[in-house]
Ligand binder design. Structure first.
Ligand SMILES: Cc1ncc(C[n+]2csc(CCOP(=O)(O)OP(=O)(O)O)c2C)c(N)n1
Ligand SMILES: [Mg+2]
Length: 747
């Protein structure tokens, strides 16, 4: 296709070229202005063609980039595909064309073809993703891309400072993750005016500003978010006026319907970012000549007069007039160009309509990594308790410290993090309070000891590995998960912390709609194997409503996310190592009550100890009843089982699941087939909880083996109260587990 060859556009036009071509337009040659018009026109005509195809029911959704084309082409010319990084939004068709995506590829997405390079038919049209161009897979929630763009740019900076870290390594996710970076790369992110109302937008500005990151924020302001006008979103109606207080930024505000003006502004902004001065914020005023999408009719909320006013600024007609006025193309030349584009688009659309759709048997492909299976035997290693030598790099391994004594779960998590950080330079740790001390000079002058997490799980790591590998985040959970996702997309291994499970909810959009979906929705073009450590659970005597929550079933309900929940120190060490080395995102749940419990202490099992995911542990074998549990219910169920055996000679088989997604169905099934009775015990409130799924599965698959109903013991369907009398009544106690066990064995 003549308009959209994948040859990269030069970011800067050489002076000689400009002289040769005569007059330049803010650095653009006459030929580039023609190319710009070709892209702008192509973009609009793809939208028009898609609208027609949608009306003919040959495609299933349409959202246009109409009115935003000048910004797109200008940004595409100012930046470098496959070098800079791109987090566009759905109006950025012209940007993608300018960077080298083809109309045929766009039509493939519209028809949902198997060969659609953005998603293989999984994502709506205009949800861009082109790996070869560094255009990162796009979702639909407004604003989720912004924090990921920030994380992406942090990764680029990290690799520039740690070039060795980008090297491939065997035995873990690094084998499958290519790292490319350039010291002066820029990350582009765009969003509409309405999206500036999302909290994540402000969280992204915070971090980009604080860390002086080379992120180019483009606000494409068409004054509407579907039907809601800008003054409802933005106090005073102008986002530029609100953000000017952010330090380190370059700001600009221009007419985004004019490609030459837009190009000039974006070039200045790109230069500023590329030189390492910090982020840039360019506010581009555009129009929306079509309705929000084909599902919207703007005449219901915009009068003709307003729409006509917009039409006068349409970038297509403005560019046509510009070309003629400047003598670059005459009317005939424009017509010829347009005819060529229309013919090419017709051919591209016809071809795409013939493309094969994806096959139904592929639907589960790429929910998880196809390369590295964390349930496999390569993650099954033996503990080495007596390890006392220095590790390979000559430094002492965490395991080499006097670890032969039994240690708490907190100790072993800390030791595992330390050894893994030593082994893998791509690991970065951040979260609230995880650093030893953000004001490094206090550490250097040995004025303080350092914090290292509210539960001290990351204590000493900043001192050992430096402040660019272990650092505090702002108090903003979406910020933590969004940035980690962007970093992991680039090949870093963020092992981040959510301080309390109770406060994970601001990150829920990133956790439900982004992190676990990156691989599936991009058809394996991108992935983000983040580890998210979260302190969870109650039994704290005074933890109350907001420091006691569970809720793991909400996360096991998300395909693409591994969920781990260890009950003792040794399992925590082995499973955390598997989580770090694996190629999928992992939610690693650490029970606060178990952090320093006497139960389940163990010596450090060595720097290579791993437990595969999805393998339960039989805590005690038995023949009369299977009890399936995990987390803080494990020691409680064990106590209850021991009492039952003492008092009634009943032998309970106690199964600690350890990993909740995937979970070990084989062990459960074998046990229930032997005991013919099953009790599922979990700490979360009873209804709709994790145990409901296990109970249903047992009832479904093992019905003929059961001599009693499948029972559940769990918390009451209320909240965890502060007063210990209430807390005890709400959370499942050893006594409750004992009664349920007894009742079932007597059934
Ligand atoms: C988090 C979220 N809320 C709501 C929506 C539905 N929605 C899609 S686009 C849109 C308006 C976006 O407006 P703006 O940011 O100004 O971009 P524009 O479409 O005007 O270019 C809304 C509300 C969504 N996709 N995501
Ligand atoms: Mg808008």
């Amino acid at each position: 296709m003549a308009t959209t060859k994948t040859d990269p556009k030069p970011a800067a036009v050489a002076d000689e070229d400009i002289k040769k071509a005569g007059k330049s337009y803010q650095g653009l040659t006459r030929q580039q202005v023609i190319d710009a018009y070709r892209i702008v026109y192509t973009s609009r005509r793809i939208d028009d063609r898609e609208i027609m195809l949608k009306r003919q029911q040959k495609i299933f959704f349409q959202i246009s980039g109409a009115g935003h084309e000048a910004v797109g082409v200008a940004a595409g010319f100012a930046l470098k595909p496959g070098y800079d990084w791109f987090y566009p939004y759905y109006r950025d068709r012209a940007l993608c064309l300018a960077l080298g995506a083809t109309p045929y590829e766009m039509f493939l997405q519209a028809v949902g073809a198997a060969d659609d390079p953005s998603s293989g038919g999984r994502q709506m049209p205009s949800h861009w993703g082109y790996k070869r161009l560094n255009i990162v897979t796009q979702s639909s929630p407004t604003g989720t891309q912004i924090l990921q763009a920030v994380g992406c740019s942090e990764a680029g900076r990290f690799f520039a400072g740690h070039p060795e870290a980008g090297k491939k390594a065997t035995g873990d996710y690094r084998q499958f993750k290519d790292v490319v970076f350039h010291g002066d790369e820029v990350t582009y992110v765009s969003l509409g005016d309405g999206t500036t109302s999302e909290g994540e937008f402000w969280e992204a500005l915070n971090t980009a500003s604080n860390r002086k990151l080379p992120v180019l924020f483009c606000i494409e302001d068409n004054e509407y978010a579907i039907s809601v006008p800008v003054e409802v979103q933005t106090p005073g109606g102008n986002i530029s006026r609100l953000v000017t207080g952010f330090p380190n930024f370059h700001f600009d505000e221009v007419d985004g319907t004019d490609p030459v003006t837009s190009y000039a502004a974006l070039r200045r902004a790109v230069d500023y970012c590329r030189s390492g001065n910090g982020p840039a914020f360019v506010h581009l005023h555009v129009i929306r000549p079509y309705s929000h999408s084909l599902s919207d009719d703007e005449r219901l909320y915009r009068p003709d007069i307003e729409r006509q006013r917009d039409a006068a600024r349409d970038p297509i007609t403005r560019m046509q007039m510009f070309l003629i006025r400047e003598g670059i193309l005459d009317e005939k030349g424009i017509n010829q160009l347009e005819k060529q584009v229309d013919d090419d688009l017709q051919a591209a659309a016809d071809r795409a309509l013939e493309a094969a759709p994806p096959q139904p048997d592929t639907i589960k492909r790429y929910v998880y990594s196809p390369d590295l299976d964390p349930t496999s035997s390569s993650f099954d290693t033996q503990p080495v308790f007596t390890q006392a030598e220095a590790s390979g790099d000559g430094k002492k391994s965490a395991a080499s410290q006097p670890h032969s004594q039994p240690k708490t779960m907190a100790d072993l998590i800390n030791a595992t993090l330390r050894d893994e950080m030593r082994r893998d330079e791509r690991i970065v740790i951040f979260g609230e309070d995880v650093a030893d001390c953000s004001r490094e000079e206090y550490l250097k002058q040995k004025m303080i000891k350092g914090k290292g997490g509210v539960f001290k799980l990351t204590a000493g790591l900043q001192c050992d590995f430096g402040s660019d590998r272990v650092f505090n985040s702002p108090l903003a959970e979406a910020n933590i998960v969004g940035r980690a996702t962007g970093m992991a997309t680039r090949g870093l291994k963020p092992v981040v912390e959510i301080q309390f499970f109770d406060y994970i909810w601001p990150a829920m959009m990133q956790l439900r709609n982004e992190l676990p979906l990156i691989r599936w929705r991009s058809n394996n073009a991108f992935s983000a194997p983040v580890v998210l450590r979260v302190a969870i659970g109650g039994y704290l005597t005074g933890g109350a409503i907001y420091h006691s929550q569970c809720g793991e079933s909400i996360f096991t309900h998300i395909p693409g996310l591994r969920v781990v929940f260890p009950s003792n120190a040794l399992d925590a060490a082995g499973l955390l190592r598997t989580a770090i080395r694996c190629d999928d995102p992992v939610l690693f749940l650490e029970h606060k009550r178990l952090y320093r419990e006497t139960f389940g202490r163990a010596p450090y099992p060595g720097p290579d100890y791993m437990i595969p995911f999805g393998k339960a542990k039989i805590v005690q074998p038995g023949s009369d009843l299977s009890v399936i549990t995990y987390g803080a219910l494990v020691p409680r169920a064990l106590q209850a089982a021991q009492r039952l055996e003492r008092e009634h000679q009943v032998k309970v088989e106690l199964i600690d699941l350890r990993c909740l997604n995937p979970f070990d169905w084989e062990t459960i099934a074998a046990s229930v087939q032997k005991t013919n009775r099953a009790l599922v015990a979990y700490e979360d409130s009873l209804s709709w909880g994790y145990g409901a799924e296990i109970a249903a599965r047992i009832a479904d698959d093992l019905f003929e083996h059961l001599d009693a109903p499948v029972r559940r013991v769990a918390a009451e369907d209320t909240f965890v109260a502060y007063q210990p009398i209430l807390e005890n009544a709400i959370l499942p106690q050893t006594e409750d587990v004992y009664s349920a066990m007894k009742e079932l064995t007597e059934f």
